[in-house]
Write a protein that binds this ligand. Sequence first.
Ligand code: ZN
Length: 199
Amino acid sequence: MTEAEAQKAIVSRPDAKSQNLTHYFTGKECKYGHVSLRLVSTRQCCECSKEYLKNNYEHLSAYKKQHKIQNAEKYKLSDKLNYEKNRDVRLEKMRAYAKNNKAIIFQNIVKRKASKKQRTPPWLTQEHKHMMVAVYKLSINKSECTGIEHHVDHIVPLSGKTVSGLHVPWNLQVLEASENRKKKNVVWPDMWERIENVN
Ligand SMILES: [Zn+2]
C-alpha cells in the first residue's frame, strides 16, 4: 500500500493497534485542519508533527546537542553496543564489497601509500618514525579496549583542498571512526570549529 492509498483507507486506532500498526487514519481533520495519518502511540497528527519539526528545527537541534553533551557516557555506551551488534553485518558487507571492488581498493591503497610517501619529509628521524608507529598501535589498542572503532587521522589532511599536511608525528591523532567521518565533510582550516559545533 502506498502512503497515498494508506491515507484513504480508514483504520481506527484500536484496529491499527490490534494489527501492530504504528499509524491509524480517521479521515477527519485534526484541530489544525490536516486530514492526515495519526500515530497510534500518541494520537498525534503526522502533518502537525512535521510542521512542529520544521518550525522548531533550531531549538530542537540545540536541545539535542546539549542532551548529547550532558549524556556523553550514555551515548558512548550506546555507540559501543551498536558497534558490537552490527559487527558481523558490517564485516560481511566489507568482505562482499572488497570481493567485488578489488581494483578500486587496490588503487586506493596505492594512492594512500603514495600520498603518505610524498608527504613524508626526508628529514624525519628514526625517533619520529617510532613515534608514528606508536600512534598507529595506540589506535588499534583503543579500538580493542573500548569496542569503538578508532582511526589514525591526519589533523591537516595529506591532500586537502586548501592546504596539505605532512605525514609527521605531530600531524597524527587517534580519533573515533565516527569523528573521523564527520571530519571528512569539512575542509581545513575551519573544520575544528565545525567539528566542535557538531558535538
Ligand atoms: Zn494536524
